[in-house]
Design a binder for this molecule. Structure first.
Ligand SMILES: Cc1ncc(C[n+]2csc(CCO)c2C)c(N)n1
Length: 213
């Protein structure tokens, strides 16, 4: 049987993927030892990324003509704008996290946001699917791995639960299946480009999470 494109991405980028799901941010959550200040800084940069993610899914919406794709992509944008953004605003207030513009300007954060935005702006639909599959599959993987561990900060607990629940899992699986469908119709150069993007995203993610420390 021919290998699915999503499985090829995972196989060809196993080292980059494993490095990211083994990041100290993940290890610290797994051992219930993430410093509060690190999670607070993470929430600041993560909130910015949610705004970027709206743009990424908007590019994908433009670049597909399939109404089923469009419904799904618009629903994601709706959830990001109306659930995720208010969620981050409330969390920042409740944890009394001071705005820290220097954190958002960290070159590793800028490289991640720019890098993801540019893939979506310049790439075709399959390349955007590969980038978001990379980001979401990685979160689904590490959150599932740590979810049975004790986590004492209720906000971190909730964050892990949000990335193992049925909605998020369904979304990550949709990206996987949709990438595979696109992969079945492309030539070798296009498939190789998607796999390279998958690896690039893992590296950008690694540096982004470093910036929280
Ligand atoms: C830095 C960072 N990378 C990946 C995710 C995973 N993730 C969760 S929701 C979403 C976009 C909409 O589905 C993505 C990519 C994250 N949260 N933060």
């Amino acid at each position: 049987m021919v290998e699915n494109l999503s499985d090829r991405c995972l196989r060809e980028n196993r080292d980059a993927f494993d490095r990211m799901v083994g990041h100290r941010f993940v290890r610290d959550i797994a051992t219930d030892a993430l410093p509060r200040a690190v999670f607070d800084r993470y929430l600041l940069i993560e909130g910015e990324f949610v705004a970027t993610a709206i743009s990424i899914f908007a590019f994908a919406t433009i670049k597909t003509e399939d109404i089923g794709d469009r419904r799904r992509l618009i629903a994601v944008q709706h959830a990001l704008a109306n659930d995720q953004i208010p969620y981050f605003e409330k969390l920042r207030d409740r944890r009394a996290i001071a705005a820290a513009p220097q954190v958002a300007k960290d070159p590793r954060v800028v490289a991640f946001d720019r890098g993801m935005f540019d893939i979506a702006a310049k790439g075709d639909l399959p390349q955007i699917l590969a980038a978001m599959f990379a980001a979401e599959w990685m979160y689904l993987t590490w959150c599932q791995r740590v979810s049975s561990n004790p986590i004492s900060d209720p906000d971190i607990r909730k964050w892990v639960d949000m990335h193992t629940d049925a909605d998020f899992s369904d979304q990550a699986h949709w990206l996987k299946t949709r990438l595979d469908a696109a992969g079945a119709k492309m030539d070798e150069a296009q498939a190789a480009a998607c796999s390279r993007i998958f690896g690039t995203v893992q590296d950008l993610e690694y540096d982004f999470h470093e910036a929280a420390y």
